[in-house]
Design a protein around this ligand. Structure first.
Ligand code: HEM
Ligand SMILES: CC(C)=CCC/C(C)=C/CC/C(C)=C/COP(=O)(O)OP(=O)(O)O
Length: 295
């Protein structure tokens, strides 16, 4: 067991994007919410530490719980537990300790509301998604997607000590984005989920219908992202232009996927989803910095 294994069970690429959603939400809240205090660099360091630990800890617990099905899928069979590079008990202890530290750290370094959303993220990813829904229900990633919103909500609350409509809607972007993100990947590795008997959407309804669900979800995501522009005291021109442009690009890929519902094209449709979410949350922060009201 070395640093590489610890990094691997922490799912670093997911940590990075989750922390981006938390930091950009925190910054936006500090600029857009009346009365929100100006934040020190320490505040941003605290949300980065708390968010990274929470994401890493919950991802490790996901590795631990999935130690029986990961060996059955090519993509996950070389992971630290299936490959014998880490003992399952070590991963469990790391996951529990780091997850607990993240919530305690968030409580004392940030505030109780932010720590609450960090705990919501861990609970919804580990218990609601990984333990309860993933192997049982095709809506697993839809309901489990709430985990992803928790990081942005934790960031918003870290700046304001509370939650408001705009903050909730910003974080909810991740929930609405998740099906478009994951169902593309699930199309790419459908056979592996079938082999592991995990009822992901394409295993249950096939590739063509799943591609239509992805397009449908993205057609919900784009108008939803623009709700943030039309609510009172919402996002301004900078965010709106970026949201339309980035949403339009992702829509092209997801429309093309319905015409070519193959594993190969599904990979391309999947690879645009993380950049989209990155761009949309950077747009939230840019809009807060250079706010030009839409109305
Ligand atoms: C229930 C919700 C989600 C599911 C089921 C899911 C599933 C996955 C899976 C299976 C992968 C491939 C990982 C690998 O093979 O290494 C992946 C990649 C990724 N996920 Fe998600 N994900 C979810 C939510 C999120 C959230 C909330 C974020 C961040 C806000 C996120 C960010 C990423 C990133 C950055 C990658 C790597 C993308 C790339 O390589 O281009 N995911 N996701
Ligand atoms: C605030 C906070 C801690 C939020 C946590 C949010 C979080 C870590 C979401 C990640 C969701 C995700 C990548 C699920 C994939 O699990 P999987 O089991 O489907 O993926 P796998 O098959 O690659 O293991």
């Amino acid at each position: 067991m070395g640093f590489n294994e610890i990094l691997e069970i922490s799912k670093p690429r997911i940590v990075v994007l989750l922390v981006i959603t938390a930091v950009t939400s925190m910054y936006a809240a500090s600029k857009l919410v009346p009365g929100a205090p100006d934040l020190s660099y320490w505040s941003y360091l605290h949300i980065i530490i708390a968010g990274a630990l929470a994401s890493a800890g919950s991802s490790a617990l996901n590795h631990y719980y999935d130690k029986d099905i990961d060996p059955k899928m090519t993509r996950t069979s070389t992971r630290p537990i299936p490959s014998g590079r880490m003992a399952a008990s070590s991963v469990l202890i790391y996951g529990v300790v780091v997850s607990c530290i993240s919530v305690i750290y968030g409580y004392f370094a940030l505030n109780a509301v932010s720590a609450f959303f960090i705990a919501v993220g861990i609970f919804s990813y580990v218990i609601i998604y990984t333990v309860w829904l993933k192997r049982r229900n095709t809506s697993n990633i839809v309901i489990g997607g709430i985990a992803g919103s928790a990081a942005a909500w934790a960031g918003w609350a870290a700046a304001t000590g509370s939650m408001d409509l705009l903050g909730f809607l910003v974080g909810f972007l991740v929930f609405v984005w998740t099906p478009s993100h994951f169902w593309c990947l699930a199309m790419k590795i459908k056979d592996e989920y079938e082999q592991a008997q995990v009822p992901m959407l394409p295993v249950v309804i096939g590739m063509q219908k799943t591609s239509k669900f992805i397009l449908g979800n993205t057609l919900i995501l784009i108008p939803y992202s623009l709700i943030l522009s039309i609510i009172p005291d919402g996002m301004g021109i900078v965010y709106t232009i970026i949201a339309i442009a980035s949403g339009g690009l992702m829509l092209v890929y997801h429309y093309k996927l319905t015409k070519n519902p193959t594993s190969d094209f599904a990979w391309k449709a999947y690879k645009v989803t993380a950049p989209y979410l990155t761009i949309i949350f950077v747009a939230v922060a840019l809009d807060a910095a250079f706010h030009i009201p839409l109305f």
